[in-house]
Write a protein that binds this ligand. Structure first.
Ligand code: EPU
Length: 427
């Protein structure tokens, strides 16, 4: 086990380069299953969810080879199974993309139900609705989802709820279905567009990704390709928020400024100075910030995956801020950790009311999930002493070299080994 030891008080200064997008990478790497061939994927983030995805691909029989730290070559010509056991899916939500990919290529997938961050109930009814709409049969038994079809046939599918995962999964299944599939009320996140672009580079025929309606003409064959993943919107946003919270001045490089608009708009409304370049954004916060009201929504709304980090800046702003969670049932578990550090936050259902404080106090805290972990680290960077953050394996699922990138910006952060607690049999 590892933890971070963070001494707060240093404003972040300098330049940081954002890695490839986690939520695009996990879908794109899984999607290599759709072709019998070799795909070379660039700008792959060096994070735990990527390693888990590559491990699953290896278990399926793919040949996986790193060309350098961020480029992976995957040969899916000879796969040996369509079953993925629990040990490989229990820590990662995105393992569900193998349902759609293997259904499309083999007409069958048996995959243990996915893990991932705990935000309350995480239903899969819209994935199921989409697969069934294409003619597949979906069974859930003993914790495994079994989906099979002799033949997938294009159809018109209306999602009852906007879902990133269901949009991507049904898109993955439909690319090789016979005829035309029209998906309505779909998610529009940048990673939806990235996955569609990747699939089109493999020979798929997808139009409309990034709008409310996606039209897919099924193709009978797909081929290997070379593709570079987009930069991570949420990693970029996390460094922007960390710069703002610490009163720093940071150039965040390798970003697509258009993807950052929902975040830059809120930071500017709080008094943060934001300067946009072609592929970079500079953030500086020389003055005390002011209160903000945020509601998280599907893209292009404010991203739920930036909600905990923004709560930290709101804690340090003057006045009373509100944050309303509009995507997940329960995404405020981290609030208790921030309260240990002196935050004045009251949660009522899906809304948090935040009263501004001057400074966070050092305290032993833990990462309750991936983005919550990033949030407590940012709070610790603004703390008045030495904070220890435990359970950082959550953070490492999604942030490449987090402590190294923060150190390069002047943060006093160390990653240290924690010996496992040995409990004597005599007790
Ligand atoms: N939902 C349903 N039925 C479904 C699927 C989803 O009701 O079949 C509901 C969910 O309960 C939720 C809402 O729809 O209320 C949105 O869920 P969505 O399916 O969009 O989420 P996801 O695909 O499971 C992805 C990201 C999350 C991110 C959400 C929302 C990946 C691997 N994960 O999850 O990312 O919070 O979209 O943008 O892409 C993170 O990166 O930290 C993270 C949690």
């Amino acid at each position: 086990m590892e933890k971070y030891v963070i001494r707060g008080g240093n404003p972040l200064k300098g330049e940081v380069t954002v890695s490839g997008a986690k939520n695009a990478a996990v879908a794109i790497l899984s999607a290599t299953v759709l072709a019998e061939g070799v795909c070379t994927i660039e700008n792959v983030p060096d994070i735990r969810d990527v390693f888990t995805t590559l491990k699953i691909l290896s278990e399926l029989g793919a040949k996986v080879r790193y060309i350098n730290k961020t480029t992976v070559e995957i040969d899916t010509t000879h796969l040996v199974t369509t079953t993925i056991p629990h040990e490989l899916t229990c820590n990662m939500r995105a393992s569900y993309y193998f349902w759609g990919c293997m259904l499309a290529r083999y007409g069958h997938a048996k995959v243990s139900m996915p893990g991932g961050c705990d935000f309350g109930v995480r239903p899969i009814d819209q994935h199921k609705k989409g697969f069934e709409g294409l003619g597949a049969v979906v069974d859930i038994e003993e914790g495994m989802l079994d989906v099979h079809a002799d033949h997938l046939i294009g159809n018109q599918i209306f999602f009852d709820k906007v879902s990133v995962g269901a949009t991507m999964n049904v898109m993955l299944a439909a690319v090789r279905a016979t005829g035309v599939t029209i998906l309505e009320n779909v998610a529009k996140e940048p990673h939806i567009v990235d996955l569609a672009n990747f699939l089109n580079s493999m020979g798929a025929n997808i139009m409309g990704a990034g709008t409310d309606v996606i039209k897919i003409h099924g193709v009978s064959e797909m081929h290997g390709t070379e593709y570079a993943i987009i930069p991570d919107q949420i990693e970029a946003g996390t460094y922007m928020v960390a710069a703002a919270a610490t009163g720093g001045d940071v150039l965040v490089k390798n970003v697509i400024p258009k993807h950052m608009k929902p975040i830059t708009a809120k930071l500017e409304a709080m008094g943060v100075e934001v300067e946009e370049f072609d592929e970079a954004i500079r953030i500086s916060a020389p003055n005390k910030l002011t209160k903000i009201d945020i509601k998280t929504l599907p893209y292009p709304g404010f991203p739920t995956d930036m909600q905990p980090q923004m709560a930290v800046v709101a804690c340090l702003a003057e006045g009373t801020s509100t944050i309303t969670e509009g995507v997940w049932d329960n995404r405020f578990r981290y609030v208790y950790e921030l309260q240990k550090m002196g935050a004045d936050i009251k949660v009522d259902g899906k809304m948090a009311v935040i009263e501004g404080i001057d400074c966070f106090k050092a305290a032993p805290v833990k990462a309750t999930d991936l983005r919550a972990g990033a949030a407590v680290v940012i709070a610790a960077l603004c703390g008045d002493g030495e904070t220890e953050v435990e359970d950082i394996y959550h953070i490492e699922r999604g942030y490449e070299d987090f402590e190294l990138k923060l150190s390069s910006l002047g943060a006093d952060i160390r990653r240290i080994e924690v010996p496992d607690l040995q409990i004597s049999a005599a007790i």
